[in-house]
Ligand binder design. Structure first.
Ligand code: AMP
Ligand code: GLY
Length: 423
């Protein structure tokens, strides 16, 4: 088979790495890809939002299956464009990707189908939002409705902060049109867990759990980022939590989407908070997490192409999804200054140490070729993943392997996976 992967981050690198292990696959392309993905795939210089060009490429090259890694093209309707041209593609259609694309939609869905989540109100008028805040208790959470690169959520401790937040989201349009509507919701406390799943419209198969570290600095300080590291499984995702989510969240979400005429095929990523009252949905995403994919996929036993095909064909019920009984930790190596301001273009040295390793991998998030060298090309540069028999061992291995690579202004958190010591 010939596979085209759409995207250019660490997640797409992990997908390409896993797809490359399938005996069915003879050739992988990635648009636009990066310097790490180039080891497994021929990188094609077409942007992820250039749907017509991508579809034309898939036709010319006789691609058997296109896999979309990123949220923007999914929410923008890339799957509909491909399907309209008779091309096989893995991911939700536009009317289903709205599960991630509109927080107001997903909150209303959860309310209608009684899926546990934080209490909330939706607003499209900033004056009404400001009035509502006067009677609300603090802290409170403000969310821009649309995609905002993971930055559209504000946690406000005081009424003043919350009012400023409404102004910046809805009036100053800090996140652009993502702020045309907003959700104001109850502040919850608890552990966060990411659970990814394959969905074929009817059947859902849950992957092993993971946990992300979103803040830039140790001890969960500093600004929110795309994710500074992950571990899998989460020791806080117990059998009891799993049973609750299976009964109250996972299948209910798939059935709710089908009942709304928005049949979901692809990946549903459940962002959960384990509160005192039980698990609650924080958010849905319509794609693999980044850097969750970098710890979940290395633990997956199945041929991932079988799962992609089963989702497209509606035959997921015939597949048993299995994971290794081990653990993985991914440490993101970023450019100092991320997520605000950082420099790019520094040579990355030491990557060859990962060649032929069985339990240590380097997934590129922001890298490119320049004059025959691989150089930094983003805020998040690399994700170093290591396996171990348990989380402690995986964590030690990941930090050791993180030392193998060097580049100017390299920065990483030193406490990825440390929470497991408290488990
Ligand atoms: P989201 O993009 O909805 O996952 O929000 C980003 C982050 O904001 C989450 O990972 C949480 O850490 C935090 N967050 C979102 N909603 C809430 C909430 N209702 N209560 C507390 N924290 C929240
Ligand atoms: N790591 C969180 C996300 O992919 O949205």
């Amino acid at each position: 088979m010939k596979i085209l992967i759409v995207g250019s981050g660490g997640r797409e690198h992990a997908i390409a790495w896993k797809v490359a292990q399938s005996p069915k696959v003879e050739k992988i392309y990635c648009a636009p890809g990066n310097a790490g993905i180039a080891e497994y795939a021929e990188c094609v210089d077409i942007g992820a939002m250039e749907f017509d060009k991508l579809a034309a490429f898939a036709k010319t090259e006789q691609i058997d299956l296109t896999v979309v890694g990123m949220d923007d093209p999914l929410v923008g309707g890339i799957v509909d464009v491909f399907e309209a041209q008779g091309l096989r593609v893995f991911g939700p259609r536009k009317n289903a990707a709205i599960l991630e694309g509109s927080k107001a939609f997903s909150k209303d869905l959860m309310k209608k189908y009684q899926i546990p989540t934080a209490a909330y109100e939706n607003f499209d008028d900033p004056q009404k939002a400001l009035e509502y805040l006067e009677t609300a208790s603090m802290p409170i959470v403000l969310k821009a409705d649309g995609l905002a690169l993971g930055k559209g959520v504000l946690i406000c401790n005081t009424l003043e902060e919350a009012k400023e937040g409404v102004k910046s989201i809805m009036m100053d349009k800090k996140f652009g049109s993502a702020g045309n509507q907003m959700v104001i919701e109850e502040f919850m406390t608890g552990r966060e867990v990411s659970v990814l799943s394959f969905v074929d419209g009817k059947t859902i198969k849950i992957m092993t759990s993971a946990q992300d570290h979103k803040r830039a600095l140790d001890g969960d300080q500093g600004l929110n980022t795309g994710g500074m590291g992950t571990f899998s499984p989460s020791p806080f995702y117990t059998e009891e939590v799993d049973a609750f989510c299976k009964a109250q969240i996972y299948q209910k979400t798939v059935d709710a989407m089908a009942a709304e005429g928005r049949s979901f095929k692809g990946i549903i990523f459940f962002g959960l908070m384990l509160t005192e009252k039980g698990p609650r949905v924080l958010e849905y995403n319509a794609r693999f997490g980044d850097p969750e994919a970098q710890v979940v996929l290395p633990r997956m036993k199945n041929d991932i192409v079988d799962l992609f095909e089963a989702c497209v064909d509606g035959t997921l019920d015939q597949i048993e999804l299995e994971f290794e009984d081990n653990a993985a930790v991914c440490v993101v190596l970023a450019s100092k200054g991320y997520p605000v301001q950082y420099e790019k273009g520094y040579e990355i040295r030491g990557l060859e140490r990962f060649k032929d390793q069985k339990d240590r991998f380097v997934f590129h998030a922001g890298s490119k070729f320049s004059d025959g060298k691989i150089v930094t090309n983003g805020g998040r540069v690399l994700g170093v993943t290591a396996l171990g028999k348990d989380l402690k061992e995986a964590r030690a291995n990941a930090y050791r392997a993180a030392e193998w690579v060097e580049f100017d202004n390299k920065y990483c958190r030193s406490d990825i996976g440390k929470a497991i010591d408290e488990a």
